[in-house]
Design a protein around this ligand. Structure first.
Ligand SMILES: [Cu+2]
Length: 113
């Protein structure tokens, strides 16, 4: 049990490091306009499932470049519906919708391709 907790924690820390990188990427990409921070932006993307963490609440995806947002990378995202995790496994090719609001990145739709 304890070893599992350590693994989860290491994964979470790696995720934070990656997210920090994305923040820099985002601030460089677009100057905020009035009111824009309050609205989520959505992006369509494709990738390959790497795995799930926290009982499906987090999905790790290796995704291609997302125009205007980030380069190709492997990173964790919050999965809006953790119930989706049961239908996917590592290696599945997927397309997904990413909702970005401030520093929160959430996968709101996920399908196999
Ligand atoms: Cu990223």
């Amino acid at each position: 049990m304890r070893r599992m907790e350590m693994t989860v924690m290491a994964g979470a820390l790696a995720g934070l490091a990656l997210l920090a990188g994305c923040r820099l990427d985002q601030s460089a990409a677009a100057a905020p306009t009035a009111g824009a921070a309050a609205d989520a932006k959505t992006y369509a993307a494709t990738g390959v499932v790497v795995g799930f963490q926290s009982g499906g609440k987090i999905i790790v995806i290796h995704h291609g470049a997302i125009a205007g947002l980030m380069d190709e990378m492997t990173m964790p995202y919050e999965l809006r519906d953790p119930g989706l995790a049961a239908a996917f496994k590592a290696g599945d090719k997927v397309q997904f919708t990413l909702s970005v609001k401030d520093d929160a990145y959430t996968v709101t739709a996920l399908t196999k391709r």
